[in-house]
Design a protein around this ligand. Structure first.
Ligand SMILES: [Zn+2]
Length: 243
């Protein structure tokens, strides 16, 4: 029965034959269960990832429902991780789902992330991404940066020791960022960026992605650009100037 569930993705030549085995033996941690994180989690669980750990401390609000497709009106006021865990298990009961009702900070990050094969970014601020970046480099676990603003967003694979990290190109390491309701975010851009992040993650898991380019995608213009980001030897997170 389970074989049947995955037939259409296994028929994709980029996945078949070894890819599905890798997916079904991999563990992913998704930090942030907002629009991007919950869409990433849904794709990973539908595709049959072995284990997913979801991390969030927020509750569901009315203003989330336009783009956070995991949640319904009846979920308002409930914890995102609780609703998401229940929904993900309804989608695929063969996947192991663990929820962590905590804010990821530097003191708990390595404990939460250490067993992952890959870490996915569903966060929405500079502080959280900096914590992810430092923990990923220290643990030597790849992570996929993804960020959405307005009609566009960015995705980048960060493979410690192989590619540039977030700090290599001067991404801010502090700050809450501007909230979605102030800066605006197009729901379809959230879906596009989360889909792109999933594809890049699968390639990293299958060892087919080691270059770590920064991918820019605007779903309105529309426009896609791929930018090479070289490693910075003096990077404060992954280079010789490491704190
Ligand atoms: Zn770096």
């Amino acid at each position: 029965m389970e074989m049947e569930r995955y037939l259409s993705q296994m028929a994709v030549k980029e996945i078949f034959p070894s890819g599905q085995k890798i997916i079904e033996s991999s563990s992913v941690v998704v930090v942030g269960m907002g629009g991007t994180g919950s869409a990433i989690a849904e794709v990973m669980v539908r595709m049959g990832i072995k284990k997913i750990t979801i991390v969030d401390y927020d509750t569901i609000e009315n203003s989330n429902l336009n783009r956070q497709a995991m949640y319904r009106e009846s979920d308002i006021g409930l914890k995102k991780v609780d609703v998401a865990k229940a929904e993900l298990l309804k989608i695929n009961n063969y996947v192991s789902v663990e929820s962590v009702d905590q804010k990821l900070i530097s003191s708990n990050a390595e404990g939460i992330l250490s067993k992952a094969d890959i870490i996915m970014d569903g966060t929405d601020n500079y502080d959280a991404r900096h914590v992810l970046n430092v923990a990923s480099v220290n643990l030597n676990i790849p992570w996929i940066f993804s960020a959405v603003e307005g009609t566009y967003g960015y995705v980048k694979a960060i493979l410690p020791g192989k590619t540039s990290c977030l700090s290599c190109f001067g991404y801010p390491d502090k700050g809450e960022g501007i909230s979605c309701t102030v800066q605006g975010v197009l729901p379809s851009a959230v879906r596009a960026i989360s889909s792109l992040a999933c594809s890049i993650a699968l390639k990293v898991l299958m060892d087919k992605e080691t270059y770590g380019d920064l991918i820019y995608l605007d779903v309105w213009k529309p426009l896609l650009e791929v930018m090479q980001i070289p490693r910075n030897k003096e990077c404060r997170v992954c280079g010789t100037q490491k704190d």
